[in-house]
Design a protein around this ligand. Structure first.
Ligand code: FNR
Length: 378
């Protein structure tokens, strides 16, 4: 009600409370390179559109006269209690959006008690982001580097810096065909943005002939070479299990058989995601993949979801389709681009407030009772 009360008191929010409007505002604010990088997607953009359409096509079916006057949004996910079924998705290179970059987003998440997932490709070293967060919940996303020494070093650093859950992104062994970036010849990495975790890493540095500052071009090339590895297969997951003693979640799962393989490999969860439509143009919408994945493994491992969440109503739908919690990507990045840390907090607070209202108005006192019966395909 705070947002309503402020509004009624004449304090109009600095950013729109309809978060779907943030994209257009950001496009106007940022230059064509950064705007294209964040708002763009793979190929003809059809997967990103399908992500939205798959959520919009589903409609919730509210129930009346259930006591919802006291509500509790908290959930248990991966053995930790979260204040709500929401986390900030890993997004790299945030310095192209706002000079305060990842620490600003991380501080906003910490202030709202929402887990922050730091990208491997962040523009700030993981230790600095950790410092900005105090003891707040933080997870580390791994783009699995080709060199096992660098991978091991990343995992060791992440553990030491207090990151508790490892998120391994599997859908980006290669960067996809992204026309907006191609047309602008824009890739932040080629300017050494998003390389901070690598450049600050002793195992990475050991592979260089000269220190990073003496030959930055060679360092960027080394980064490009190590960034990921399209040769990996399921048995390789044993390496991660051996080198990480907390929960491991595989991000980018769309097929139920892959979710079963993740379970067999001793993983703790999956994130049903198509990277916000940025990888395989023409791939299944994430929300269409979710029910089958949740049906296959949902009773035995954690199932998280991202790609297309823009409102608290979307969060509700994702839970009804079988997710335990959701992550949100672009909306908070737009919030950051438009108003720094305050913009990210605005986005989180809007999502949580609208989710709370959606729960209440649909007849639920908490996320635990939301299920397949609460949703229909229109
Ligand atoms: C991403 N995403 C991403 N994922 C990841 O695992 N590591 C990363 O470094 C990045 N970087 C990244 C940059 C930008 C600009 C975007 C938009 C996305 C994907 C992200 O974690 C998430 O899967 C999607 O953003 C979810 O879709 P929505 O919420 O943006 O629709």
């Amino acid at each position: 009600y705070e947002i309503y009360l402020n509004g009624l008191g004449g304090a109009v929010p600095r950013l729109p409370t309809d978060l779907t409007r943030l994209e257009e505002l950001t496009e106007r604010r940022l230059g064509p390179g950064p705007a294209g990088y964040v708002a763009g997607s793979a190929g003809d953009g059809s997967t990103a559109r399908a992500n939205r359409a798959a959520l919009e096509r589903r409609r919730t079916v509210p129930r009346m006269l259930r006591d919802v006057h006291e509500r509790d949004l908290s959930v248990e996910v991966l053995g930790r209690s979260l204040p709500a079924p929401l986390a900030l998705a890993p997004v790299g290179v945030l310095s192209i959006m706002h000079p305060e970059a990842e620490p600003a987003a991380a501080r906003a998440a910490a202030a709202q008690g929402v887990p922050y997932v730091l990208s491997s490709a962040s523009s700030t070293p993981m230790e600095q982001v950790a410092e900005a967060m105090g003891d707040a919940e933080r997870w580390f996303q791994l783009y699995w580097p080709k060199d096992p020494e660098v991978a091991r070093s990343f995992l060791g650093r992440a553990k030491a810096a207090g990151y508790s859950v490892l998120v391994v992104t599997l859908d980006t062994p290669l960067l996809a065909w992204r026309p907006r970036d191609l047309d602008q010849a824009y890739l932040p990495f080629l300017h050494g943005v998003g390389t901070a975790n690598y450049f600050s890493d002793p195992a990475f540095q050991a592979g260089l002939a000269k220190p990073v500052h003496e030959d930055p071009n060679a360092a960027v090339l080394h980064f490009v070479n190590l960034f990921s590895d399209p040769g990996k297969t399921w048995p390789d997951l044993a390496f991660l299990r051996e080198n990480w003693d907390g929960p491991i979640v595989l991000k980018g799962i769309l097929h139920p058989d892959d979710a079963r393989l993740a379970l067999d490999a001793g993983m703790d969860g999956v994130i049903v995601s198509n990277h916000g439509g940025r990888q395989v143009a023409g791939s299944i919408a994430a929300a269409d993949a979710l029910p089958r994945v949740a049906g296959a493994v949902g009773d035995r491992m954690t199932v998280l979801f991202d790609s297309g969440i823009r409102t608290g109503g979307d969060m509700f739908k994702a839970l009804a389709l079988g997710a335990d919690a959701v992550l949100v990507g672009r909306p908070y990045v737009y919030g950051l681009a438009l108003d720094g840390r305050a913009g990210v907090e605005h986005v989180i607070r809007c999502l949580l407030a609208e989710f709370d209202l959606t729960l209440a108005l649909s007849g639920h006192a908490g996320p635990g009772t939301v299920g397949a019966d609460d949703i229909e395909e229109a």
